[in-house]
Design a protein around this ligand. Sequence first.
Ligand SMILES: [Zn+2]
Length: 490
Amino acid sequence: MRLSKLLGLMLIAGSILTASPGKIKFEDHFTNVTMRIDYHHIWDGSKELISLDRIYKEGEWAGSRNVLLDPFKYGKYSIKLYTEDGKKLLFSKGFDSYFGEYITTDDASKGIKRSYHETALMPYPVSKSLFKIEKISPNENSITLFSKVIDPGSVNIIIGKPEKNIEVIKVHGDGKPGVCLDIAIVAEGYTDSEEDKVKKDLNKVKDIFFSQEPYSSLKHKINIYGIFKPSDENGTDEPRIGSFKNTSVDTTFNSMGSPRYLLTESNKKLRDITSAAPCDAVLIMVNSSRYGGGGIYNSFCTFTIDNEQAAYLILHEFGHSFSGLADEYYSSSVAYNEFYPRGTEPVEPNITALLKPGKIKWSDHVSDGTKLPTDWNKNEFDRMNAKFGKTRKKLNLKIEELTRSGAPEKEIKKAKRAIELLMLRKEKENSNFFGKTGKLGVVGAFEGAGYSSEGLYRPMQDCIMFTIGKKPYCKVCEQAVEKMIRKYID
Ligand SMILES: [Zn+2]
């Protein structure tokens, strides 16, 4: 343990001393094509390993040609591309992954071995380059998990061709991919005969995006593509009721053991499909009415399109996957152990451990005289929320029971509707509560965030990253999203 840490320190010390910053001219180092590196991220019971799968040369490079080095430093991991001698950093991008969530679970700490497929995307280099995957530690130096010189002329690099049965649907925008944010929405769980529904649902997503800031002000710089590969069956996997469907990218509820967590572990299928369109960000639109979603920074997000809360799901989950925003909620049960270790400042822009109240990271937004932490009648909110949580759990169990026992469809529908109505009532109850605290519009430090009731703080009393419903991002989240969009368009 100590030796590997020391080696990690030596490696990073080496790269800090030798890497020289300065403006990187895209044309000097890259062509306008995408390099895709697929690999397996492995937990061997005690440490992380990376094993290379395949390298592809794919379509046009959709990302920025100006901002090649990651200005944000969010995410637990980072991909980096250097000149062959390792002296000059040419490209970097932070990210999180399914694997990164797995290793925080009890199963991982018990030593249960797992591997997950992942993909790194970057512009295609013109000459031999050193590729690295690093693990970022908040209070320590990063550790290099993988490092390999890649020869762009190698005959082993696969020239990728999009699959034949994929339809790319232009939903919005016709700007050049290199100076626009290119959003790819994968239609998941739609059969051959549902093409009209795919198009209708894609337009619904577009309208939801452009009814929210900062997306609406920047819509002239955003391209949206739909990607439709018909699924054999309609819907998605719901393991808790024994329902499994054969779909394009294998999404499933109950990810990481959490009923509403909807993800896919079939990364290769997903990347084979998304390579058909220019793509800076991936959303998976799941053809289901059940409430659920998930979002992993710079990987992908999911949402169900036919749920009453679709707008909330899209904007909230995309907040995670595109802008690296943290969950501001804290009372729902999630399968993480110490997701944010005590005493460390989270890297996400919208939550803080408030270790130095005088230097809060969103100080620009805090008015003079605002108390930090900021009182917001938390006890009353917690009481309301506990009651809601209990009722929701009961209703969910009832739906599962009815479905498993083969109850009439009408009865199941009634129970599903009851849960949707409960959520709508909760949304109203919350907005009444926030209206009475006297803290509307105040930016401060509100205790309760990042799955922790104490010790972590969020910027405003409410935000779409905090409670359910169609509502704006708080001021800090909105600015974080805008900064991220600008990375792709400036
Ligand atoms: Zn927020």
